[in-house]
Write a protein that binds this ligand. Structure first.
Ligand code: 13P
Length: 251
């Protein structure tokens, strides 16, 4: 089973509209051949509409960093899946550890958002990952696989075809402290075993599991070479065109 790797940039709370347009243009200018991989950028909400026309018919998909699960209504400050579709998004990041930490997204919220994304033709990237304390206590695998099970509650095998999982150890995010390729591979294999239990081998083998957490030009090749790592969810290094282009062109 060959899985097309997905290299995604999570810009987090960075870039004004003008800066976002410049970055996307620089990525397009330097992109090269990406036939055997998929590329995605996730700018802040405010830049989505301005970036969209640049990406028309181009091999870079557009995604959002979060959404609410209701379609519309009195939810001040929230953005719905319909709005994301309307502005050209095909992907949405759900349950990022920063959402869990600062905005109270828990597994039940992640599951509701996942269902709403899938019901509205958005491909969710569901983030899971353990803290340093949890890893040091030897609980990393049980924590992460429990997040996978809870987040995917009531999601069908068919819906899994549109779902991506991102393993992002919290201690590796924004720290320059990447998981070793072996440790990352071990966790990705554990996640895939969980998917086999939930959905059977065929679905599990077809699913992409991204790694995120201090992915940089100088460690991307080694991480992407691991059997169960099917792409990267890149934070800081996705904000600089030359760095993100090099990660996209991992070999
Ligand atoms: P960094 O690449 O900055 O560590 O961020 C990773 C991340 O959180 C991507 O979603």
């Amino acid at each position: 089973m060959t899985r097309k790797p997905l290299i995604a940039g999570n810009w987090k709370m960075h870039k004004t509209v003008g800066e976002a347009v410049d970055l996307v243009q620089a990525l397009l200018d330097g992109l090269g051949d990406v036939a055997d991989r998929e590329v995605l950028v996730c700018p802040p909400f405010t830049a989505l509409a301005s970036v969209r026309p640049l990406l028309a018919d181009k091999p870079i998909a557009l995604g959002a960093q979060n959404m609410f699960y209701e379609l519309q209504g009195a939810y001040t400050g929230a953005i719905s899946p319909i709005m994301l579709r309307d502005v050209g998004c095909s992907y949405v990041i759900i349950g990022h550890s920063e959402r869990r930490q600062y905005f109270g997204d828990d597994d039940a919220m992640v599951n509701r958002k996942l269902k709403a994304a899938l019901a509205n033709d958005l491909r969710p990237i569901m983030c899971v990952g353990e803290s340093k304390t949890q890893r040091d206590a030897g609980h990393a695998e049980s924590i992460v696989t429990a997040q996978v099970r809870a987040g995917l509650a009531d999601i069908t095998a068919e819906q899994m075809q549109s779902t991506v999982i991102a393993y992002e150890p919290i201690w590796a995010i924004g720290t320059g402290d990447t998981a070793t390729p072996d440790d990352a591979q071990a966790m990705h294999a554990a996640i895939r075993r969980t998917l086999v239990e939930l959905y059977g081998a065929e679905v599990a083998e077809s699913m992409r599991i991204q790694y995120g957490g201090s992915v940089k030009p100088d460690n991307a090749d080694e991480l992407m070479a691991q059997a169960d790592i099917d792409g990267a969810l890149v934070g800081g290094a996705s904000l600089k065109a030359d760095q993100f282009l090099r990660i996209i062109q991992f070999r």
